[in-house]
Design a protein around this ligand. Structure first.
Ligand code: ATP
Length: 203
C-alpha cells in the first residue's frame, strides 16, 4: 500500500531541504510548485488566466510568464484568491492523477510537498494519510531569507504574516520537524520519523 505524506511548513522553514532528504531515503516526491508550473502550460488553464488577468501576463513566446503574474497577485489578496481559485482545483486533479499512477506502480511512500497544503480550499489535505510540518523560528527564517534569497526582514515578515501560523499547522501535524539548528540535527529528526513510518508500513 502506498503511504502519502503531506509535507508543509512556512516560508524558508526547510520543506524543500526535507523533501530532498526524504527522496535520498527512498520517497517519491510530488512538488506542488512544479505541478503549478506544469498547470500554467496547459491551454485550458492558460486561457482562464488570460481571461482573468489580461494579455499582460503573457511573455513574447505566448506562454504565461510567472515573473509578470507574480507582481499582479502578491500583495493583492483579491487577485491571489482569484488565481488560486483557477489553479488549486486543477492542480488537485493533476496530483490525484500522479498519485494514482504511483499507487499502480506500488511506490511505498509519496511525499507531497505543498506550502498551502492546509490553507487551500481545494482540500489537498484530504489526499494525504499524514501531515508533516517543518518549523523554524521567525528570526532564523529572516536570517536565511536575507542570506540566501536577498529578502529584507520586512519582506520575509510580510510573507510569514500572510501564511497560516506555525501553531495552527502544528495542531494538524502528525510529525513536527523542528529545523532551528544545523542541517545535521534536522536530518536526524527526519530520519527518525522516516524509520518510524517504514516500520509502521512493514506491519
Ligand atoms: P519556501 O517555502 O520559501 O520555498 P522551504 O520551506 O522549502 O522554503 P528550504 O528551501 O528548504 O525551505 O530552505 C530555505 C533555505 O534555508 C535554503 O536555502 C536551505 O538550504 C536553507 N536551510 C534550510 N534548513 C537549514 C538549516 N537547518 N541550516 C542551514 N540552512 C538551512
Amino acid at each position: 500500500m502506498t503511504r502519502i505524506i503531506g509535507l508543509t511548513g512556512g516560508i524558508g522553514s526547510g520543506k524543500s531541504t526535507v523533501s530532498q532528504y526524504l527522496a535520498e531515503m527512498g520517497a517519491t516526491i510530488i512538488d506542488a510548485d512544479k505541478v503549478g508550473h506544469e498547470a500554467l502550460t496547459r491551454s485550458d488553464i492558460k486561457q482562464e488566466i488570460v481571461a482573468a488577468f489580461g494579455h499582460e501576463v503573457l511573455g513574447p513566446d505566448g506562454e504565461i510568464d510567472r515573473k509578470k503574474l507574480g507582481p499582479i497577485v502578491f500583495g493583492n489578496p483579491e487577485a491571489l484568491a482569484k488565481l488560486n481559485h483557477i489553479m488549486h482545483r486543477r492542480m488537485r486533479k493533476m496530483m490525484e492523477d500522479k498519485l494514482a499512477e504511483y499507487r499502480k506502480q506500488g511506490v511505498p511512500v509519496v511525499v507531497m510537498e505543498a506550502a498551502v497544503l492546509l490553507e487551500t480550499d481545494a482540500d489537498w489535505d484530504k489526499l494525504v494519510d499524514e501531515i508533516w510540518v517543518t518549523v523554524s523560528p521567525e528570526g532564523v527564517v529572516v536570517k536565511r531569507m536575507k542570506e540566501q534569497r536577498g529578502m529584507t526582514e520586512e519582506q520575509t515578515k510580510a510573507r510569514i504574516r500572510a501564511q497560516m501560523s506555525n501553531e495552527e499547522k502544528i495542531k494538524r501535524a502528525h510529525v513536527v520537524i523542528s529545523n532551528d539548528g544545523s542541517l545535521d540535527e534536522m536530518k536526524r529528526g527526519v530520519k527518525k520519523a522516516w524509520e518510524k513510518l517504514v516500520d509502521k508500513s512493514a506491519k
